[in-house]
Ligand binder design. Structure first.
Ligand code: ATP
Ligand code: MG
Length: 294
């Protein structure tokens, strides 16, 4: 069971912050997540508030303890679920003025098809989560590509062991409520409809991720190519070429653009030429958008 976790990062972290700032559309997602969770991230503070303003702890404040600190991130491949989970965790640690630990459950281990060990894996991950959580420390667990582990129990071809793993997962999500807002679980999935309903129902918030629309593609090219002196017409052309067209049933994802098209353009220019529109246009022709996951 070594390599159980890809890594544990310490938050807040400057690198993560810088990366988060480069994400298009992050703020509105963060606001939704934070406004949903802030009520039970600091139970003492809200109880003090209640006593101060109402002379008592209101029933509704007490009932917050029943909520689950679970955030689901769903959407197509390459739309920013994984980077946003880390970004949200980092920003929450900052906003709460606390240290944070970010644990990522390895997808690699699960990829090896260790069916018999799913439940153990889930147990170990939550064990780690509760050890890391503390009064001054928020602990985050990302179960990336969670549909691999939390597939709906109704699926007939599902193995007993997989069902057991989903049940364990549900039980663990229930248990972390005891940690009173010190631990937060993220689950990401390409296929929300595969996730067990009992899990979806527990989510404090479900964030949906999509491929960039035209404005967002313009913003991405503008940010990534700052210093190139592209005209508004150039940016518009790039955004048009990377959107949905007859030849492309879907537009390019964020990751298609940032991790494939633009590096390809750079490779065409480097080292002989300065990077120019012709290289980017050429790269767009060479690289098609990744297929949509349905
Ligand atoms: N909102 C965004 N703005 C700018 N770039 C983005 C955004 N979202 C994603 N990217 C780029 O796409 C890359 C991949 O993002 P990420 O790995 O988070 O996608 P994902 O949704 O988790 O995909 P998958 O479902 O394949 O795991 C990021 O490293 C980043 O370069
Ligand atoms: Mg991902």
């Amino acid at each position: 069971m070594e390599n159980l976790f890809d890594n544990i990062s310490y938050l807040p972290q400057e690198d993560i912050n810088t990366r988060t700032e480069s994400l298009i559309g992050f703020e509105s997602k963060y606001d939704r997540a934070y406004s949903n969770l802030k009520l039970f991230l600091d139970p003492d503070a809200i109880q003090d508030w209640s006593k101060k303003h109402h002379g008592t702890i209101l029933p509704i404040v007490k009932q917050l303890e029943e909520k689950y600190s679970l955030i689901i991130l769903e959407g197509d491949a390459g739309t920013g679920k994984t980077v946003s989970a880390e970004g949200i965790a980092d920003r929450m640690a900052r906003d709460m003025k606390k240290e944070g630990r970010f644990i990522k459950l390895s997808t690699r281990v699960r990829g090896e098809g260790l069916h018999g060990q799913m439940s153990n894996l889930v147990n170990d991950a939550f064990e780690k989560l509760s050890t890391e959580a503390g009064k001054k420390r928020l602990a985050f667990l990302l179960i990336d590509e969670a549909d691999a582990i939390a597939t709906t129990r109704g699926t007939s071809q599902m193995h007993q062991e997989e069902k057991a793993a989903v049940n364990t997962l549900i039980q663990k999500i229930d248990e972390i409520r005891k940690l009173k807002g010190r631990a937060i679980v993220f689950m990401s999935t390409n296929r929300l409809h595969y996730l067990d309903e009992a899990i979806i129902r527990r989510a404090a918030v479900v964030l949906s991720f999509e491929r960039p629309n035209k404005e967002e593609r313009i913003e991405l090219f503008q940010k990534s190519l700052a210093g190139l002196d592209l005209s508004p017409e150039d940016l518009n052309q790039l955004a048009d070429l990377t959107g949905q067209k007859d030849s492309n049933p879907v537009g390019y994802s964020f990751s298609d653009l940032r991790l494939k098209v633009l590096p390809e353009a750079l490779a065409k220019a480097y080292p002989q030429y300065p990077l120019g529109m012709e290289h980017i246009l050429d790269a767009i022709k060479t690289i098609p958008p990744s297929p949509e996951i349905t």
